[in-house]
Design a protein around this ligand. Structure first.
Ligand code: ZN
Length: 239
């Protein structure tokens, strides 16, 4: 049964609900969150609640970690610092406790789910280039790694290098892959539509889903919450 892999929801409930509706219609059986459920967006409690109840796997992201005090926010930009503090103030204690317990990785045989990178995920490095990807192909044995973190959907194939996001039949006998599933709540590849991946392990196929959602609604709620205006504006640019 197909698996939907979400990352970087960032407390954008409108985008999350839209993505879930689509996944259900497509008969997805399992939901995976690669982290950064919260921060930047105005609905952290609602989004954590949904992930807690409905997702089979839920992993730690750097923003979840920062909100619970695990990652030093001095390295965050000023908007992120403000929203981390806002999110920490507004999250229910039970959700803070939940976030603080999230694991960094989830492994299924030669498949790995992780927010940032397969080696020292708590250092929050990025896999952005073919040379970054080659490093992790060299020092890990996984055939398939799903990541988020950069909010930039991209496929790295060990054989073919960097591929643009597309429907792809995986050749898991002969090739290996690092797949960035993009971001549900704050895309940054210049396309403001929400992004996630559906993986069909039987067909060995991945598919990127891009969907429009009501950005106005999220932007309005960001402003009303007193979060930085910039966080509302960037949603329209997808940057
Ligand atoms: Zn993120």
């Amino acid at each position: 049964m197909a698996v939907a892999i979400f990352s970087d929801i960032h407390a954008n409930l409108v985008a999350l609900e839209q993505a879930l509706r689509f996944a259900r219609e497509r008969g997805v059986g399992t939901l995976i969150s690669l982290g950064d459920i919260v921060d930047y967006g105005p609905w952290p409690n609602e989004c954590v609640e949904i992930v807690r109840q409905q997702f089979a796997v839920s992993l730690m992201g750097n923003h979840d970690h920062a909100v619970v005090g695990g990652t030093d926010i001095r390295y965050f930009n000023v908007y992120a610092q403000q929203s981390v503090l806002w999110t920490r103030q507004h999250l229910l204690q039970t959700h803070l406790d939940y976030l603080s317990r999230l694991p960094f990785t989830h492994e299924e045989n030669d498949l790995l789910y992780v927010h940032s990178t397969p080696l020292h995920p708590e250092e929050w490095d990025y896999i952005l280039s073919e040379s970054d990807a080659r490093y992790y192909f060299k020092y890990t044995a996984y055939r398939l790694i799903f990541i988020g973190h950069s909010h930039y959907p991209v496929i790295f194939s060990e054989k073919e290098g960097m591929l643009s996001p597309r429907r792809l039949k995986l050749d898991l006998e002969n090739d290996r892959y690092i797949i960035n599933v993009g971001s549900v709540g704050q895309p940054r590849d210049g396309d403001p539509r929400l992004c996630f991946v559906i993986y069909d392990p039987d067909a060995r196929e991945i598919e990127y889903v891009r969907l429009e959602y009501d950005i106005d609604k999220t932007a309005k709620a960001i402003r009303q919450a007193g979060l930085p205006e910039y966080l509302a504006n960037r949603l329209y640019q997808g940057m």
